[in-house]
Design a protein around this ligand. Sequence first.
Ligand SMILES: [Zn+2]
Length: 189
Amino acid sequence: MKSTSSSRETSNSGSHRMMAVVTSPKADGRSLARRVVEVGGSSLNFDYAHFLPSSPKCGVLHGHTASVRVGLTGRLVDDMVVEFGELKDILRSIINMMDHKLIVSRKYVKIQDGRASISFRGIGGEYMIETPVASIYVIDSESTSENISAHIAALIRERMPENVSGIYVRLSEGLNKWSISTVDAEPYG
Ligand SMILES: [Zn+2]
């Protein structure tokens, strides 16, 4: 038979839009309460260049300004999921790695002697770009907003304490276009 706290948790989990799920304290006094915290704002904006060879519009080298909003679901430790300042510092360190870089899938990149040679067939024909390695940010897949937000979510997951159980990253590609990637979480807002 389920305990009171777990059955409440189960019934509350259906209302995934709730900003907090409250459960009874465990017998040993440790709280099972889970909360959602969320950060965003202009300090989490960044600029990037990319290309998507198979896209009829994005198959040319071009850039976007991205804005990022991140939510975490987690168990409370000392009445917090995470310290907001700590979370923002972690997010800025991740975003700084990508800011003003060409975000590119590794399948288009060859690196030699500190230089990156990038080639792809896009709108209008062949593109050949040679650039210092420091000006690119390589990811495993095409640099769609879906894949960039998933990459950011995975990097956040690596840096979070064990009480954080879910992460979502909402990333805009320019104005009014958003992708949401989650790690064990429902997207909020
Ligand atoms: Zn684009």
